[in-house]
Write a protein that binds this ligand. Structure first.
Ligand code: CA2
Length: 151
């Protein structure tokens, strides 16, 4: 099983600033956590981060062309603005889980809008970096229940 784990703008700054929202785990620590978790579960994890919307669109398409089983995505601020990412997720029809480290529903009003939610099987918000591991487990369970091409 192969899962793409995509992170959007500024998530490479994790652990560097704003620990009150995003905790003290660094982006490097997060990658190590995900790698370890996926290895234990026998899942190939392909982790990518970009500050550029088009890169994220390209990687959602790449997940499709590389026959991935699912996508975990924290689109960062593009969550609240990006029709392009919504369209990309809809186009590939892969099961996707949206992750937010902070509890977006308890923050500013503009963070409570997600353009991507409509194309995701689940949104996990406010569970810190553990949300990424939950998302991986959800995709594994989803694949076991439904097989490929199930969204
Ligand atoms: O809670 C989340 O995971 C967010 O997706 C994070 C985004 C934010 O725009 C969303 O509303 C919610 C921002 C990520 C910025 O990450 C930083 C980490 C450390 C220091 C500064 C920014």
């Amino acid at each position: 099983m192969k899962i793409y784990i995509l992170n959007g703008p500024n998530l490479n700054m994790l652990g560097v600033r704003e620990p009150e929202h995003y905790g003290s785990t660094t982006y490097r620590d997060l990658l190590d956590m995900i790698e370890r978790h996926c290895q234990e579960a026998g899942v190939e994890a392909i982790c990518k981060q970009s500050n550029h919307e088009g890169d994220l669109v390209d990687w959602i398409q790449e997940a499709y062309f590389e026959n991935a089983d699912g996508i975990v995505i924290n689109p960062g601020a593009y969550t609240h603005t990006s029709v392009a990412l919504l369209d990309a997720l809809k186009a590939v029809r892969l099961p996707a889980v949206e992750v937010h480290i902070s509890k977006v529903e308890e923050r500013e009003a503009f963070r409570q809008i997600s353009y991507l939610r409509a194309a995701c099987i689940k949104t996990i918000s406010g569970h810190g970096v553990g949300g990424y591991l939950e998302a991986v487990d959800l995709l594994i369970a989803h694949a076991n229940r439904n097989g490929k091409d199930s969204q």
